[in-house]
Design a protein around this ligand. Sequence first.
Ligand SMILES: Cc1ncc(COP(=O)(O)O)c(C=O)c1O
Length: 450
Amino acid sequence: MGNEAQNLREQILRLVGQYSRAAFPVADFLPESTSIPVAGRCFDEADIQSLVDASLDFWLTTGRYAADFERDMARFVGAAHAVLVNSGSSANLLALSCLTSPKLKERALKAGDEVITVAAGFPTTVNPIIQNGLVPVFVDISLPGYNVSVEQLEQACTRKTKAVVLAHTLGNPFDLKRVAKFTKDHGLWLIEDCCDALGSLYQGRRVGTFGDLSTFSFYPAHHITMGEGGCVCTSQEELRRLLESFRDWGRDCRCAPGHDNHCKNRFGRQLGELPFGYDHKYTYSHIGYNLKATDMQAAVGFSQLKKLPGFIEARRQNFETIRLGLEDLAGYFLMPEETPGSVPSWFGFPLTIRDEAPFGRNELLGFLEEHRIATRLLFGGNLIRQPAYRNIEHRVVSNLEVSDRVMMKAFWIGVHPGLTAPMIDYMIEMFHRAPEALEASDARAKTGKP
Ligand SMILES: Cc1ncc(COP(=O)(O)O)c(C=O)c1O
């Protein structure tokens, strides 16, 4: 780049910093008026500068920022490789699809094979199983951890079982010791969906390093964001190659986008029945996708990653403050508990309303939303009750009683780093006001008096 261009770039980035401070000032919290979201982008001028820097390159597709992000992300997680994609859902699709590669020989997943997962989860944790012609086998979860009921895994396992795909619900690691032992004993693949659990620790090690593959999401609600984005981590070189092939159209060539002939043998190969020397760039070894992210997305992720340790700490502290603040309401709510041996990087604060509580979930969530406190359900609840899953081929182990209970009674509130102490105090206060306010409105409804 010439001097003039370099000087202009520096000026632009300085101005962007100035713009970002002017455009996004920290607003005061006004109870009843400022909304308290469950999650949201936490960003600063460095993120916007990084985005603009990538835009000025006008490389557009996956480029230098993607390479830097993949290196730093792998390092943070403690995996050998990170493969950047355009969403957490794409990461799940890619992770499972790469296991269907014929290159894995007898270990490859084949149509009709069974994959164990939980019924109470996020849809795109499960969907790749169906999309690849495999059969999901649903097991229940347990409370108060909201994770797989490990006792049901043995019951779910048959000759056809080939893999286990599980998410660390709302950041709380599932029992990795027992699940990893189960998959090892039975020779099964393990995919950890860490989309909600970036930075969670289990026995001192980051989640995402226990399974063969792990997936992450960088949607704005998540621990770090790039708008839309995700990645798959693995420490197995063979799987990394498969991930890159399936991500990049199914091609055999491993040159980065916009680069050619790194192997110096682009026109010198004999592959299958292709004419000798057929361009390696247009040689396909898999039925692939294009799931790449742009370098603008990667640039935001690269800058966000530097703030991740602080974000995780803030999430943990917010979770603890809420836990302490709601402790005396345990007669109404089942309080969440982390899996023994884990230090979660919480995504949200889950609560299940007890049967004895004098209010229903809809009334409570209505009350909270009226007071500008956002809530979310635990994703799709028991997924097999969702219209999309009505006709899928599947098996179910147990009566999925807890998944149903969670579908009817659970919800979660935010713990994200954008929450301030006054916001959390206000949330806690509103939870304390809710039972009385809802009882009073219930009584009014019964007597018909205003
Ligand atoms: C557990 C889990 N897996 C996968 C996803 C999908 O991620 P994305 O929204 O980036 O596609 C989500 C989304 O929140 C999720 O919570």
